[in-house]
Design a protein around this ligand. Structure first.
Ligand code: CA
Length: 372
């Protein structure tokens, strides 16, 4: 609070200085100078989230976003962050932002696929783009324009506001040795990955994170995926399942999105609009960095302190799932013309990204970690 008060005071002082010199705002502005003395109206927003309040990584990223906006705006825009269920249930975040109950939301597009199934392209695609590639497609590959077009009828402006990186495959109480082992398996797995599981003979269940552990422990579901070691440890999922599978073929770089009510955004002065949108981008990178730093340590804790059994999906299982994934994604792309354009953009970007990653990330990681 003290820091915010300081920033506010500094802003008022700068405004006063400009006023005393008698020049107009535009005349006072020097090239490259930070904007000061803009309209003093204050705005108070609410952000609804799909995460438990303060949940490590996901929930704290939403708090961080609000903190950044308050700091950078000198307190002119403050955002109250609400956890899942505080104002609306986890999966009603999209609706709440669309109707203006809250000005912002924080979640991931596959949680509201009943509203826009095609939005799942902007969440994550099984065997699709990694976090680095996904951010690049959205910011520099035409993804953002398509995403905005998709959300336009809902009065929502989307923005990247976090990424989990490659997730883990999930938690099971039996080993997955062949594709038949997924038959009849009731698993918490959202989005397109859930549809892949369904086509493999399993039963996907879409549950908010907060309901995951109890459902698994009481046998309502047989298996579950959540995020990765850092977040899975926080929920204590190892107490309900023994085998921890990788890789998370179904979520190779999941985008955590900010939903912004268009009317609320457009009611802000230009500098506050920029602060909101760019704070989202800052948090997008910060959250990915947090996962990259915390996941390895959390995995060690799971393996060494909780005796979790780490398993890799067999190649034959991955091959089968990969074929099903291609069908699922193509079907979504065939839904309507806009879905078709998004599918085409995504596929074209990935074709290029694969060629480059083969020579860069993949080749380098192989050189670093495989060649002895
Ligand atoms: Ca997940």
């Amino acid at each position: 609070m003290q820091r915010r008060d300081f920033i506010k005071t500094a802003g008022v002082a700068a405004l006063a200085a400009g006023g005393l010199s008698g020049c107009k705002e535009q005349e006072c502005a020097e090239p490259g100078a930070l904007p000061v003395g803009k309209p003093t109206q204050r705005y108070r927003w609410r952000m609804v989230t799909t995460w438990p309040k303060g949940f490590p990584g996901l929930g704290t990223a939403a708090e961080r976003l609000a903190e950044l906006v308050a700091e950078m705006s000198g307190g002119r825009l403050t955002i109250e962050v609400l956890g899942a269920g505080e104002l609306v249930p986890a999966f009603e975040v999209f609706d709440a932002v669309a109707r203006g109950t809250a000005q912002m939301g924080h979640g991931s597009a596959y949680y509201w696929r009943s509203k826009t199934e095609t939005g799942q392209f902007f969440s994550t695609v099984p065997f699709g783009l990694t976090a680095q590639e996904m951010t690049s497609w959205i910011l520099h590959g035409g993804g953002m324009e398509l995403w905005r077009e998709l959300y336009q009828p809902f009065g929502i402006v989307p923005m990247i506001a976090g990424n989990t990186g490659v997730q883990m495959g999930g938690w099971f109480n039996k080993e997955i040795r062949q594709i038949e082992d997924l038959q009849g398996l009731k698993m918490r797995i959202p989005g397109l990955g859930g549809e892949v599981l369904r086509r493999a003979g399993g039963v996907p269940v879409n549950l908010p994170g907060a309901e995951l552990f109890t459902s698994l422990q009481t046998g309502v579901i047989d298996a579950a995926e959540w995020v990765g070691p850092y977040n899975d440890l926080a929920f204590g999922i190892y107490r309900a399942a023994k085998y921890y599978y990788y890789p998370g073929f179904h979520e190779p770089g999941t985008v955590v999105e900010a939903l912004i009510n268009r009317a609320a955004l457009e009611a802000l002065p230009a500098d506050l609009q920029s602060i909101v949108l760019n704070s989202c981008k800052v948090v997008n990178q910060e959250l990915l960095s947090e996962y990259t730093a915390r996941n390895p340590l959390a995995l060690e804790t799971l393996l060494n302190e909780h005796q979790v059994e780490l398993r890799r999906y067999p190649d034959a299982v991955l091959q089968h799932l990969r074929r099903l994934s291609a069908e699922v994604v193509a079907d979504l792309g065939a839904k309507d013309p806009l879905s078709g354009r998004i599918y085409q953009s995504y596929q074209e970007f990935m074709a290029h990204a694969r060629k480059w990653s083969a020579l860069s990330e993949l080749a380098y990681l192989n050189a670093r970690d495989r060649i002895q």
